[in-house]
Write a protein that binds this ligand. Sequence first.
Ligand SMILES: [Zn+2]
Length: 242
Amino acid sequence: MPLTVQPIPILEDNYAWFLRDAATGTTAVADAAEVEPVAAILAREGGRLDWLLITHHHGDHIAGIPELTRRFGAKVAGAAADAHRLPPLDLALAPGDRFRLGESEASILDTPGHTRGHIAWHFPDGPAVLCGDTLFAAGCGRLLEGTAAEMFASLRALGALPGETRVCCGHEYTLANLRFARHVEPDNPALAEYAERAEAQRARGEPTVPTTIALEHAINPFLRARDAAEFAARRAAKDGFR
Ligand SMILES: [Zn+2]
């Protein structure tokens, strides 16, 4: 596997992601909202940080970046469309652009819905996708700046990635998402099986992520919505679900 990815639990329930291109040792951290947990991983992994990658502008995805750039000299890459509300970018990317991490290449996907300028980073060699607050394990992000139709299209784009692609998302919301997913599809056996696995992982204090695109197709009520209208109804129902 030419690209390794590992989740870094930060803040209350966020994940930053540590990436390393095996061929060159080039490293990146995505959505680095906190300094110390990231610095601790870097110390264990050789102390090198080349890039800080951003999926979207929310504070719980970017707050650690200024201090990490000072400490490690890393460069910052994010969406050109959101440059006005991101830390200063060394590399401003547009959907369709390519990004090189050593010999691993990512394509930048346009994934609006949670926020307008949200992007996802797809590394086919991982295979992995950094999808921020768009697609979660068994769930999806709230519609804070975008429409249901935009988010549905974003999820469709992520759902079109190869099934083995690891879903590297921005939060550990899995158990709450599963409660809603089982309410929507009480008779989905894949969902029941996955819920058991996720509950055991959380009981051991382990992350439930990354999942995979194939698993999300089997369990995720938002990715499984047949059309934008069904997606919109499910998203609205989830917002009021307790
Ligand atoms: Zn967010």
